[in-house]
Design a protein around this ligand. Structure first.
Ligand SMILES: [Fe+2]
Ligand SMILES: [Fe+2]
Length: 339
């Protein structure tokens, strides 16, 4: 069997504005060895959470994951591209810092994680909506938005591993070991996700929906890549990781309830059931052994962990608000509605 060229390396997306157009054009047409001068893009005028900036940043980051078909792998460390990526990151991170706001001197990661553990029985986010009244079509849209992350589940946070030490590292890796299937290829969470997509009649191709999702879905993954790829932001990366694990179990439980109500195919439930159970354990490991050990070792990172937890909420809310606005109006939440 001949696999398509995009089986490992995905196809480049379509440009959606001046930033993404410039970067896609450079990757498409130039050779990295010939590109030493800064790439000129109008970053200052860009909306930090807008589709153009988020897509441009996503494409830059993807070079550190699987790259793109017909794009030289050498672009990954091209100084000109790294320079422009840095400018995009500054705009994005600046907006996230502004929206997270001041973090008081007396605020700690331990208290922040404690607060995260208490989720309301009735909320107004997408998982509550899907549990109570969402349709199967809306659930399928939700899968499409989440496919960008779940088809590389565990990868963005893995960049933080070499930046950790001791118990924090051991426990971080123990959680990631589960995300990566605990030694079994068919149990890799990204693989379970592909089975979910297939059962829901969706495309399982890696980044197969890059041209379909709105800015919020991209921003959610970009935030993890940003934190993971900068040692300076390792506290935030761990905070984001902790927040992901702590909020996953109750959110997954609501989605299992939603899928049961909709009579969804079994593989869809398998993915979320696995997360109800595994993440209840991961939560405890992350709180005590990862964050607890990290801040004991490097106390100055405590507030960075708080920042990572709050940044996770700020950026996840962009997608959540978009979904709820569209669904309440009876519109598709995708750029190209599912056929
Ligand atoms: Fe997972
Ligand atoms: Fe987990």
């Amino acid at each position: 069997m001949t696999l398509p060229s995009t089986y490992v390396e995905p196809a480049l997306p379509q440009a959606v504005g001046p930033l993404s157009a410039t970067i896609l054009d450079v990757l498409h047409r130039s050779r990295p060895a010939l590109h030493a001068r800064p790439i000129d893009v109008p970053v200052c005028e860009a909306d930090p959470y807008g589709l153009d900036l988020q897509l441009a940043l996503y494409v830059c980051y993807e070079l550190h994951y699987r790259g793109f078909a017909d794009v030289s792998s050498r672009w990954e460390w091209n100084p000109s591209l790294l320079h422009v990526r840095g400018r995009l990151e500054e705009v994005f991170l600046g907006a996230v810092r502004r929206d997270v706001g001041e973090i008081g001197d007396d605020e700690t990661a331990a208290a922040e994680m404690e607060a995260l553990s208490f989720e309301p029985v009735d909320g107004d986010g997408p998982s509550y909506y899907l549990r109570d009244k969402g349709t199967w079509e809306q659930m399928r849209e939700y899968f499409v938005h989440r496919s960008l992350y779940h088809l590389k589940e565990g990868d963005p946070h893995a960049f933080a591993i070499p930046r950790l030490m001791g118990q924090a590292k051991a426990s971080f890796v123990a959680v990631e070991f589960d995300e990566f299937g605990a030694g079994r290829g068919e149990h890799v969470h990204a693989h379970l996700w592909a089975e979910l997509m297939d059962a829901a009649g969706l495309d399982t191709t890696y980044l197969g929906y890059l041209d379909d999702v709105p800015a919020g879905a991209l921003a959610s993954v970009n935030l993890m890549s940003l934190f993971g790829l900068h040692r300076e932001l390792r506290g935030a990366a761990v905070g984001h990781f902790a927040s992901t694990e702590i909020t996953s179990s109750p959110g997954s439980r609501r989605l299992v309830q939603a899928l049961e109500r909709m009579g969804a195919p079994q593989p869809c439930m398998t993915f979320y059931r696995e997360h109800v159970e595994a993440d209840a354990v991961h939560e405890q490991v992350v709180r005590t052994d990862v964050v607890g050990d990290l801040v004991a070792r490097e106390p100055h990172l405590d507030r960075d962990v708080v920042f990572g937890i709050r940044a996770h909420a700020v950026v996840e809310d962009i997608l959540a608000n978009h979904l709820m606005d569209c669904w309440r109006d009876g519109r598709s939440s995708l750029r190209r509605p599912l056929g």
